[in-house]
Each structure stands twice: as structure tokens, then as C-alpha cells.
Design a binder for this molecule. Sequence first.
Ligand code: PMP
Length: 362
Amino acid sequence: TVPACREAILAIKPYVPGKPIEEVQRELGVQDVIKLASNENPLGPSPDAVQALREASERVYLYPDGNCYYLKNALAEKLGVSPENIIVGNGTDEIIKMLAETYVNPGDEIVVAEPTFSEYEFAAQVMAGRAIKVPCRSFRHDLKAMAASITPRTRMVFICNPNNPTGTIVGQMVLDSFLKEVPPSVLVVLDEAYADYVTAEHYPDSLAYVRHGRANVIVLRTFSKIYGLAGLRVGYGVAAPEIIRNLNRVREPFNVNLLAQAAAIAALKDEAHYKKSREINIEGKQYLYEQFTALGLQYVPTEANFIFVDIQRDSRAVFQELLKRGVIVRTGDIFGYDNYLRVTIGTPRQNERFIQALREVL
Ligand code: PMP
């Protein structure tokens, strides 16, 4: 017999990521496949980032700078914080895991919305903690109920803003009052992976909390979405230096690779690509809204680069039919909404192809 693994590990449900394009090509023999499943940038990476990758590739025999000095400095300048306020991770995913490793003891709790991004619960479970799930109201975080769910065992509250999969946001005033209710011993994690797509004016200026020295807030952002670098795995957290120091204790020494650091620095500077990516998302959103309405489908208005849409039938069957037509999306069942699809807003051509396929299937 092999050694038994920790009991908490056996309770973890495996994470099912968006289907890779190659897998659909292999399994279904469809050649022309588009992926609207993982909220990547449909325009791809900034050409400047690609150029930086080429140049950096000659240095891959060297270990990367474990401290991410240049990337942290570039971020600090852009965000108006100090490099001591920043930790960089192998994707935001790694920072979520480091947060759990740093703050969650066995039996501890984290408070999350339902539905929301599953990594928060996963990270807590790895540490033998558990997630208290607070149902959304009209697809929005119910911050009153989330505050009321805090117990002496609560270590962190995760606010996914905009929320994955609903695309809804928590506004500045609601967040301000929520933070007044949270005990200082509880860390509030503001996951802003999709912040760059938000157009609503009441979206919180969350970095201001950090700038003003608030000790129990961390803001998470990523290069995987609008910056188009999901394959390189770069995300970061912004918080009080004390939190950053503690997270650094559990961080692997070379957690962000050399290519990723070089590309992220270049991507950060390419404002034209950023702007274009935002614009194409706004246009695609309008187009998809109109098409859903024409099809008689209800959707949740989004502040992100994906839409949660009610297709009024089992999304798994529709998903399979879309796959045959070379379109990969996400089914809502993983979030507890069997009749919903989550679709990433693509290029105009991709959006049209998705709608065409959806019309055939429905
Ligand atoms: N947070 C949210 C809300 C996400 O949707 C994602 C991507 N699926 C992440 C974090 C993880 O991003 P990264 O690629 O930086 O690990």
C-alpha cells in the first residue's frame, strides 16, 4: 500500500478548466476552433510583449530575478504605490494559494460568494480550511450577508470584483460600508482580475485603501486577461507591506519565470493595445447583448469580458453541440446554473461565429 494522503486533500473536487483548443481538434476532428471559454484576450498579446519575449529568450539559461525588481517597480509607478506593497505570482492563482498557506489553519473559514471563482475554495481546502458560501442576490455579492457570515474562525473574505461568472460588480459605497463592518483580523481579498474592462463609474478605487495604509485589504490583478499573457502566468497582489512580507515567506524563490517578467513589463507599457482591447470588448458586448435579445435570451449585464447567459435548457448539451461547430464556451453547471453558459467576448468574427453556431443549436 502507498502512504495515505491527508484527508482534506481527498475532499477536494478536481478543477475543470476551459477545454484547450488542441483537445477539441484531437477529440472531435474539428480544425477551425475558437475558444471563448477562459476569458483570454481575443486580440492576443501586445506585439511589444512578443518582442520582449524574443529578446529575453536568449537569457533563459539564467534563473529569473526572484524579487521581480523591474516588474514590481514598473507596477508601483503605474499604480501609485511602493514596490513594498507588491507581490508577483505565477498567475493570480498562485497568490490565492499563498494567501491560504499564509492565513488558513485547519478548520479555519473563508467567506466567498456563490457563484464565484472556484480557486478560493480550492486554496482553502488544500489547507484543510473550508469555504462558507453566501448566495448572490440577483447575481450580485450580498455583502451584508457576507459580513454576517464572519465568525471567529474567519480568516479571509473573497470579493471577486467583477465577479466570475456573473460579470457583476460591487460599487464603491457598498464596499466602503462593508469594510467598516469587517474586523481588522479578517483579510479582505479584492480579486480584480477583470478590473480593466469595467466601465461603471461607481467601481471602487481599491488601491486607495492600500495607499491610505489599510492593513487588512489585498487587491489582486493579473496579466492573463486584458494584457493577453495567460500562457505566461503572471498575476500580482497589492497590500500593506506587512502582508506582502508574510506572503513572501511562503513564496517559491523563482516563482515568476524570466520570460513572463520581461513580457509583463513590455505589456504594461503598451497603452495602445490595452485601449484597443477595451474597445473591442465594449463593441463585442453590445453585439452579443443585441443578439441574445433577438434570440429571446436573458443575460446578466456584465462589467467584464464575458457574459453569463440563460439559454433556457441544459447547457451541457448545448456546449457539446457548440463544440462540434468548433466553439468552446463554459457551461454554467460548474457554478450551479445548469441552464447558463458563460461566454468570453471575442473579436467581431468570433462573436458572429458563436452566435451563428448558437442559432443552429437552439
Ligand atoms: N481571478 C479570477 C476572478 C479569474 O477569473 C481568474 C482566471 N480564471 C483568475 C483570478 C486567475 O488568473 P491568473 O491567470 O492570473 O491565475
